[in-house]
Write a protein that binds this ligand. Sequence first.
Ligand code: FMN
Length: 206
Amino acid sequence: MELQDVVQRRTMVRSFATEGVEPEVVGRILDAALRAPTAGNTGGTAWVALIGPDQTETYWSATTDAAWRSRNARRAEGLRRAPVVLLSFCSPEAYVARYGEADKAPEGALGTGAEAWPVPYWHGDAAFGVMSALLAAVDAGLGACFLGAFRGEEALRRALGVPARWHLFGAVVLGHPDGRDRRSRSLERRGPDRSDRLHYGSWNRT
Ligand SMILES: Cc1cc2nc3c(=O)[nH]c(=O)nc-3n(C[C@H](O)[C@H](O)[C@H](O)COP(=O)(O)O)c2cc1C
């Protein structure tokens, strides 16, 4: 598929069929995620792939509770049917250590602690990887949805044996769309105009 088509077609899918995804297709999507850039080539991002209902259930039971599931019943079921959940993790420590190395000395304070960073690269790098995965999913003819990390991070880390220095960035829920998606409420809201978001030469020129 042409890159422009992939970019234009990508949209979050929240209702999946239970049909599985070939392991090599999951592998290709994860390869795309790992190919994303990381600052200073730190590589401080990592993934846990949950494949099949027994594994994906670990994610849903750690990160959702009965109240959320009943408030979002239809959406929760549509998402939960997805056969694959790819969990994106990032390590602030890895970036602090990398930017303390000799070739990064000019960046100065960045090596001293995560709070000194004006823009935390670990979140940016995790997002680059997620975006690559979302685009690779479209290229593979699949649907995907990114879910932020709101609750249950510690329970999830414990269940999966993820060391505490790795922070959950979010989840890419992946599978075959079942075509029963309802339009997201977020898409109903009128966002800012293009001219509010694009500026040429200076903020006042659009
Ligand atoms: C950082 C981030 C967190 C998001 N978290 C959620 C989420 O928790 N649940 C959800 O249904 N969609 C989530 N979304 C999807 C957005 O709602 C969606 O991307 C946006 O409404 C635009 O729709 P589109 O991606 O289909 O074009 C998230 C997107 C981003 C970038």
